[in-house]
Write a protein that binds this ligand. Sequence first.
Ligand code: MRU
Length: 338
Amino acid sequence: MQTLQTTSLRVADNQLFILDQQALPQEKRWLDASSVEALVGHIHSLRVRGAPLIGLSASLLLALLAEKGARRDELVAALAILRASRPTAVNLMNNLDRMKLALDEADFVPALVAEALRLIDEDKQLCNAIAKAGSALVKPGSRLLTHCNTGGLATAGVGTALGVIARAHQEGNVTNVWVDETRPLLQGGRLTAWELGELGVPYQLITDSMAASLMAKGQVDAVWVGADRIAANGDVANKIGTYSLAVLAKFHGIPFYVAAPHTTLDRDCPNGEAIPIEQRAASEVTGVAGSFGAVQWAPENAQVYNPAFDVTPASLISGWVLDTGVVTPKEVAEGRFA
Ligand code: MRU
């Protein structure tokens, strides 16, 4: 396969590498992800993460394995393992459905390579289209609040919600970005803060519990988040903590926007209750770990509840900003996603 480079994916010498998102921002470390075991391990540990990026990395790996001579039945088995590696983000399943169609072709090796490269190219274009549609909603002088990481690290392009924010900043309309640190894995504090710094966008990092008082003081003009799955009724699964922001935004009369590519839509999923929510290890809550080391502050045998995502009901969402344009609550209520 041709050499390829995005913010956090690299194909070189027929090997797949991922930028270790657990080591950032202290260290910029690229890890080999050229086997199913390696990539699944990186997905489980969130070294590669973000709904679009997970699907793209799995698709690239299948194409590379095919080029290296893997048999069709081996690729079918690899696809099934990759598909099960993270349950909530539907982009993974949507991308792999397309890879499966390529795998069904008689000449499946070039078909898989072409499809994986097409998915990467499409994702870049989807991100640009989302940024264009979303930035039109950002008013001059905006102070925006975002959660988790939805930027170039999480996609092949400029990102989803963060792509909107970056473009709105280029257009001169963003005064400040409040960045939720996003416990437990700190994607906001580690990754979004780093990306905004690189882009030269002014931001202030806050702990998740600070959003309410900022809103009460009139310091937040809009909330922008990404999505891991959008159900047919408009309910949205996204990083844990998103739902509480939506409730707060509604209470304070602040617009709450979800930005995502159409690959995040799951028309077969009727509502948020049907979205599988990944439960994760207790150690993520009892302490923190990164390239700086690991520390545990909770008692050794503390019982923990750790869902990685929550569901925001459609009734709390002001607009779904897709690559195809802005979808309104009225359109969603009339069945636009069904
Ligand atoms: O667990 P993560 O870090 O993969 O969760 C990521 C999010 O929740 C993002 O908001 C979502 O995947 C959209 S990324 C463009």
